[in-house]
Write a protein that binds this ligand. Structure first.
Ligand code: ADP
Ligand code: MG
Length: 147
């Protein structure tokens, strides 16, 4: 059975400055395992998309971003698998399957391109999205580093 050998939990205010904070933190955490540059870039990109979504979409109707949080939970297993869970207590997603479809966006036309979930999926080894309307969303990604 795989065993957890390291763990990190972050709570970030849902402000766009924290997209780069999240990227830096995941880099620092994963770097300890000597990943390839490509693996590191993949992880940074995937985490960035999930965090951006929480900032841009989850709390879109809120006027008090300083009271809105994103929770990131990262685990490293002895099998060199890294799991990253990004969750929010925001508006939730009505239809997850539709939201995951390439080019689907609820953003303003020309503002967002609807490729975030596709990036998370293609840059990792697995993506699970759970959401409840009015309650929030949890995105779970896993990445297996080369031996
Ligand atoms: N954390 C979230 N909370 C609420 N809605 C979300 C969240 N993440 C994604 N969504 C919804 O899923 C859609 C697709 O997301 P994504 O593929 O990243 O495209 P984009 O962010 O460019 O719109 C978003 O437009 C939004 O409606
Ligand atoms: Mg997005």
């Amino acid at each position: 059975m795989k065993r957890i050998i390291n763990e990190m939990k972050l709570r970030l205010v849902a402000k766009s400055v924290n997209e780069s904070v999240a990227r830096s933190c995941i880099s620092a955490f994963a770097a300890e395992q000597n990943p390839t540059i490509e693996e590191l870039c993949d992880l940074r990109c995937a985490v960035s998309e999930a965090v951006t979504n929480a900032i841009v979409h989850a709390y879109r109707d809120r006027t008090d971003p300083e009271n809105c949080y994103i929770y990131i939970s990262v685990r490293l297993y002895d099998s060199r698998e890294i799991t990253v869970e990004v969750s929010d207590n925001g508006c939730g997603i009505e239809d997850v399957e539709r939201a995951r479809a390439p080019m689907f966006t609820t953003g303003e036309p020309g503002e967002r391109c609807g490729m975030g979930f596709l990036v998370m999926e293609s840059f990792t080894d697995g993506l699970t999205v759970k959401s409840r309307l009015g309650r929030g969303t949890t995105v779970l990604m896993r990445k297996i580093l080369k031996p």
